[in-house]
Write a protein that binds this ligand. Structure first.
Ligand SMILES: C[S@@+](CC[C@H](N)C(=O)[O-])C[C@H]1O[C@@H](n2cnc3c(N)ncnc32)[C@H](O)[C@@H]1O
Ligand SMILES: O=c1cc(-c2ccc(O)cc2)oc2c(O)c(O)ccc12
Length: 271
């Protein structure tokens, strides 16, 4: 039913993502058998102790509160060959909380796929809220669109089929856009995260929030021997390591790298 096409052919498969976690764990066992290594490096879902613990989190605190339209979209995405790209529901729940905490009204999303994070954002904004949602692939957005319509939030979404960088640069040509966004979510090409960050620091208002997904990139950021990392993950691994260093050193933000999902870094613009 779904076809893998275009740039997706060059991405790591879900099996590769899973394999790297196991390889990572084995490599670290060989490198160090210390208690710290055992505590820090977990092979299972979401960096938690076990798959069972992750299921516990989902079943106890996430799924019971997940809005019905999001559940329907998650089900509709489940059989897609790239289903593992969708934002994890627990990370989505955190995003929804942050959106409410900053009273977000105007937001940017980079990396839509079928729209799980986009729909949760649209559901969290007031009726006159606006989201600029950017993705190079309109086909996957079209899978989610009926769910946005059914939820009555389509009017809040301005979907732009494009590479994100030129769209952000275009927004910055209009001085009125500077400091006008409350929230941004970045979940796309990892090699451009720092480029997005530089632009988002100008587009977000002081006190606004940007959330970066995949900042632990399947745990590969600490795999000591790159040959153990599947080839399809090496490029993004390198950029993620550099991003994490740069964010930690950026005085413009307050930040927290949360070991949830694949690593979620939350940054608040300070000035
Ligand atoms: C991990 S998925 C996004 C998942 C989404 N947030 C969700 O909740 O389902 C990454 C998306 O980024 C898109 N993408 C990749 N490179 C991009 C670029 N340069 N600009 C915009 N979108 C890009 C891909 O087409 C893909 O849909
Ligand atoms: O498996 C992936 C791949 C990506 C990805 C890699 C490179 C790009 O240029 C864009 C996207 O992103 C993912 C992601 O964000 C996720 O949460 C899970 C898996 C993947």
């Amino acid at each position: 039913m779904f076809q893998v096409s275009g740039f997706e052919k060059f991405l790591p498969t879900p099996q590769e993502v899973r394999r790297v976690k196991i390889l990572h764990w084995k490599a670290m066992e060989e490198v160090s058998n210390t208690d710290t290594a055992k505590k820090v490096l977990k092979p299972s879902k979401g960096l938690l102790q076990s798959e069972e613990l992750y299921q516990y989190v989902l079943e106890t605190s996430v799924y019971p509160r997940e809005p019905e339209p999001l559940k329907e979209l998650r089900d509709a995405t489940a059989n897609h060959p790239r289903a593992s790209m969708a934002t994890a529901p627990d990370a989505g729940q955190l995003m929804a909380l942050l959106l409410k905490l900053v009273n977000a009204k105007k937001t940017i999303e980079i990396g839509v796929f079928t729209g799980y994070s986009l729909l949760l954002t649209a559901l969290s904004l007031p009726d006159d809220g606006k989201i600029i949602a950017i993705d190079i692939n309109r086909e996957t957005y079209d899978i989610g669109l009926p769910f946005m319509r059914k939820a009555g939030v389509e009017h809040k979404i301005d979907f732009i089929e494009s590479h994100a960088l030129p769209v952000l640069d275009k927004l910055l040509e209009d001085r009125e856009n500077e400091g006008s966004f409350d929230f941004a979510f970045v979940d796309a090409d990892k090699d451009n995260y720092w480029n997005y960050h530089e632009r988002l620091m100008r587009l977000l208002r002081v006190g606004g929030i940007v959330v970066y997904d995949n900042t632990l990139w399947g745990g590969t950021v600490v795999v000591p021997d790159e040959s153990l990392v599947p080839e399809g993950m090496r490029f993004s691994r390198h950029h993620t390591i550099e991003l994490n260093k740069s964010l930690a050193a950026d005085p413009r933000i307050q930040s927290s790298l949360i070991p949830m999902g694949d690593g979620v870094t939350v940054c608040r613009r300070l000035y």
